[in-house]
Write a protein that binds this ligand. Structure first.
Ligand SMILES: *Cc1c(COP(=O)(O)O)cnc(C)c1O
Ligand code: SF4
Length: 354
């Protein structure tokens, strides 16, 4: 029998739909509470939970269940803008988001291995099918014609939902553009569908160095042996790995959970990169952590974690202003010739500023 990731529709993308649960009423008995209300949510924001992720969920209210099982609270803030970051306005060509001078995002896939309930691109979740190759080629043509673009970030959806050949041909096209020095991919697949990361895929991707991969992990329970095997494969292929985490109320807004997550990531050669405030799209308000609390959590990490494991806390400014790192306030007072600075234990020190 063929492996599922070799099952592709004619356009070459990976179709997991047949294996995934897309209706709350089809969830196993342990997750069947409140099904009617959850069905109403899934009618607005589609659900998709694959068998691997399902196996990690014990209850709808545990840290994995809360990320993937539709929750009635999602219908309480549907009046929000679905594109607060103005990604559509900053799209000069199909599938391209060009917000910064030298780096662009190229959206190569509409599909994900699962639907995260807090997704910033929730507006695109219902898109059927996959991005057409013609559209991706127009995006690539825009990049080719723009001499100042030195970095391309493949995102989506999830780029690893493309078939191997299609993904590699996009990497190949981008590598053929002289000014593009750096390739990067943002994916959740190693965490939510680890068997997709085959030896052969990792080996073939290693032909495109420097290629960086940032993987979305939110909770230590996601760092299963299978997920770590997938990550080790990528790291062994020489691909530097980073992590991105979305701060989520009731899931990981806890200093002990975050410490454990960041440490485990680092021990597995995944360098923590960003922790994001959840973007304010419809259906996500119940995940929002107040920014003051986020800063306190970051303060709790400093000093306890290796500097290598310290991510930046990022907000993405509404209206397309871009990402900004927030840091806990460490300068308590600024005198003429010295500053008063607070260390990780809360003690105040004098530092000459001349
Ligand atoms: C996040 C993002 C990037 C990448 O930002 P880094 O800080 O380099 O990780 C680039 N373009 C857009 C539109 C983004 O949203
Ligand atoms: S994997 Fe990423 S893009 Fe896909 S649903 Fe989750 S957060 Fe959104």
């Amino acid at each position: 029998m063929k492996n599922w990731w070799e099952k592709r529709d004619p356009s070459g993308w990976i179709d997991l739909a047949g294996e995934s649960i897309v209706r709350p009423q089809d969830l196993p008995a342990r997750l069947s509470a409140d099904t009617l209300r959850r069905d109403a949510v899934a009618a607005v924001f589609p659900m998709k939970v694959n068998p691997y992720v399902l196996s990690l969920i014990q209850s709808a209210e545990d840290p994995i269940g809360l990320q993937f099982i539709p929750h009635p609270a999602e219908l309480e803030d549907t009046g929000r803008s679905s594109d607060p970051l103005a990604e559509e306005r900053q799209s000069p060509a199909p599938q391209v988001i060009h917000r910064y001078p030298h780096r662009v995002v190229l959206l190569v896939s509409n599909q994900c291995a699962v639907h995260c309930r807090f997704c910033m691109r929730k507006r695109r979740m219902a898109d059927p099918g996959q991005v057409s190759h013609a559209l991706i080629e127009r995006g690539i043509a825009y990049i080719r014609g723009n001499a100042s673009i030195t970095e391309v970030i493949l995102s989506g959806g999830d780029p690893l939902m493309l078939g191997d050949d299609q993904l590699l041909s996009i990497l190949q096209d981008l590598r053929g553009i002289p000014q593009v020095r750096l390739l990067r991919m943002h994916t959740r697949v190693p965490a939510v569908c680890p068997r997709r990361i085959t030896e052969s895929l990792a080996r073939r991707m290693s032909a495109f160095h420097p290629l960086y991969i940032n993987i979305h992990f939110n909770h230590p329970l996601e760092l299963t042996p299978a997920a770590m095997t997938a990550c080790h494969r990528l790291a062994d292929a020489g691909i530097p790995l980073g992590s991105q985490t979305v701060l989520l109320k009731g899931i990981n807004d806890d200093a002990r959970v975050l410490c454990q997550l960041m440490e485990k990531l680092l021990f597995n050669r995944i360098r923590p990169y960003y922790i994001h405030q959840v973007d304010r799209v419809p259906g996500t308000a119940h995940f929002q952590v107040p920014i003051q609390k986020s800063l306190q959590l970051m303060n709790g990490l400093r000093g306890k974690l290796s500097g290598l494991a310290m991510p930046h806390l990022m907000i993405d400014l509404p209206g397309g202003g871009g990402k900004v790192a927030l840091t806990p306030e460490v300068v308590v007072a600024r005198q003429k010739d010295h500053w008063l600075v607070r260390n990780w234990e809360g003690k105040i020190y004098t530092y000459p500023c001349g």
